[in-house]
Write a new protein. Structure first.
Ligand SMILES: N[C@@H](CCC(=O)N[C@@H](CS)C(=O)NCC(=O)O)C(=O)O
Length: 204
């Protein structure tokens, strides 16, 4: 298998962290891809994924799998002894909803990066920026208020939350997401020190 990725992408990091947690990291070759909206289209990426987004996983038989959540589900299914996504209906819905929240906050954070570093300065939209920071704050507050959920055995939602924290540290350290959130700040210290995270730190 080959993963089209960039180390700065929190979605690609989620897939890589999942691979580490499942012990599959050595079965996945990495191929660095530049994917920036509004830039010259990357046709190589587009041939594998018409959305031209990373991560995209290329299987040995030539098929592609995307997006990051589908790739994680696929990898999780390769290792029956470990379940990062519970199979039971109610538990699964709970974990996947928490994952949807953490993943949606990553979407907001990546969107903020594009809006503030890629979009031409005279075309930026301050109220969109404020609204998306408010969503991130509200979402992090939800995890702080429900931090008991993070004591569960490691799952896909927790990995996505770790990737969000790592991305905020990487791109928006000045925002200080840990302020007034001592519970998830402490949890994040432990999470980000797992090998699945220390081996996938963005280079910068
Ligand atoms: N829903 C997608 C989001 C992936 C995504 O937004 N990736 C970004 C990099 S972090 C990307 O490829 N951006 C290029 C673009 O939007 O043109 C997933 O979960 O894989």
């Amino acid at each position: 298998m080959k993963l089209l990725y960039a180390d700065a992408s929190p979605f690609a990091r989620k897939v890589r962290a999942v691979a580490y947690e499942l012990g599959l990291q050595d079965r996945i070759a990495l191929d660095f891809i530049k994917a920036v909206p509004g830039a010259e289209p990357n046709r190589e990426l587009g041939a594998a994924n018409p959305l031209r987004k990373i991560p995209t996983l290329l299987l040995d038989d030539g098929r592609s799998i995307y997006d990051s959540t589908v790739i994680c589900e696929y990898l999780d299914g390769l290792v029956p002894e470990i379940a990062l996504i519970p199979s039971d209906g109610a538990q699964r819905a709970e974990v996947m909803t928490e994952h949807a929240l953490a993943n949606g906050l990553m979407d907001a954070a990546v969107g903020l990066r594009y809006e503030t570093a890629v979009r031409p300065e005279d075309a930026r939209w301050p109220s969109w920026i404020a609204d998306h920071w408010d969503r991130i704050d509200t979402g992090l507050d939800w995890f702080e208020a429900n931090s008991g959920r993070l004591a569960e055995p490691i799952n896909l939602a927790q990995i996505a939350l770790g990737c969000l924290m790592g991305y905020l540290d990487f791109r928006f350290a000045e925002k200080g997401w840990r302020s007034n959130r001592p519970k998830i700040a402490a949890w994040g210290e432990t999470m980000l020190s797992r090998p699945s995270f220390t081996e996938t730190v963005p280079a910068g």
